[in-house]
Design a protein around this ligand. Structure first.
Ligand code: SAM
Length: 299
């Protein structure tokens, strides 16, 4: 969670800290759930949270799947596995795996945790580091979604749900088309806590329904095109791929805060500390060098 003045005036930033969430993104998942109710299903047992650090989505999942009021029988076979490139501080009832979602071994590690049972829900809030080169950033983001989707189709049960962050760029309709072949319903959803000024949105794919004779296999030497080759539906020939538009839905009640607005916070309100300090931030080395007087500015 940043500490820029914009962030400080964003009420979701403050509310996240008040409610013990590590990031304001928690409200995006909560508002998606207000509309689609995927976390309210009592049959929801196994969930994978891809690109999960620092862990606010995992916190939401943990609170929903393991409520304090639940009795032991109810929660016995529930499991949450969270994966990220970065290390994550522990969260109750969540198994964390530090791994790259684009690597096939990560699938194995998830399946081991689930004792080879399939997942009911896979969510991914993945975002690569942005370079500022717009086309490159969009390309890398789309590759990350495709990697999340490849992993998902190998782990998700029939009828399961996939939710992923997308940026509504030029070729997003190709991804909608591809998802439309694999899921019964695909919706593009924008929670109120996601800034309207950002292209960010979430695809909510319900009812996983792959072609009957398709056996997806993840392997480091297989390209995305080869992976989906036998799933005629998802053939990756951009030139001939049909494009689709997914229905668009705004989520979160109308009286929830507007993330693009700035709110007046009473002077009497004290500043709150972050819920969880970053475990291994990229600026750690620079801070150490600065403290020891060895940080040289580039000329
Ligand atoms: N949902 C998280 C939360 O609520 O705290 C926030 C996720 S953050 C916006 C995006 C995350 O994607 C980063 O932590 C980053 O490390 C992760 N990520 C990006 N590429 C990844 C990859 N190839 N494998 C695993 N994680 C990745």
């Amino acid at each position: 969670m940043g500490k820029s003045s914009k962030d400080k005036r964003d009420l979701y930033y403050r509310k996240a800290k008040e409610q013990g969430y590590r990031a304001r993104s928690a409200f995006k998942l909560l508002q998606l759930n207000e509309e689609f109710h995927f976390l309210d299903d009592p049959e929801l047992k196994r969930v994978v949270d891809l690109c999960a650090a620092p862990g606010s989505w995992s916190q939401v999942l943990s609170r929903k799947l393991f409520p304090e009021s639940a009795d032991q029988n109810e929660i016995e076979d529930r499991q949450i596995v969270a994966v990220d490139l970065q290390s994550m501080s522990p969260i109750d009832h969540v198994t964390t795996i530090q791994a790259d979602i684009t690597h096939p071994k990560t699938l194995q590690r998830i399946m081991e945790q689930f004792g080879n049972h399939q997942a009911d829900l896979v969510c991914s809030d993945g975002a690569p580091d942005v370079t500022g080169l717009h086309d490159l950033d969009e390309y890398v983001q789309q590759q990350l979604i495709m990697s999340a989707l490849q992993l998902t189709v190998c782990v998700l049960k029939k009828g399961g749900i996939f939710i992923a962050k997308i940026f509504r760029g030029r070729d997003i309709d190709l991804i909608y088309a591809q998802l439309g072949y694999l899921f019964d319903h695909v919706t593009c959803a924008k929670p109120r806590s996601s800034r309207g000024s950002s292209l960010e949105a979430f695809i909510v794919c319900q009812g996983y329904n792959p072609p009957l004779d398709w056996q997806p296999r993840l392997d480091a030497n297989t390209s995305v095109a080869e992976f989906f080759q036998d799933c005629h539906a998802a053939s990756y020939d951009v030139a001939h791929e049909s494009r689709q538009i997914a229905p668009f839905m705004a989520c979160g009640s109308l009286d929830s805060f507007d993330s693009d607005a700035t709110y007046h916070v009473e002077r009497t309100e004290t500043s709150l500390d972050p819920v969880q300090q970053p475990t291994n931030p990229p600026y750690k080395q620079a801070l150490q060098l600065k403290r020891s007087g060895h940080l040289n500015r580039a000329v």
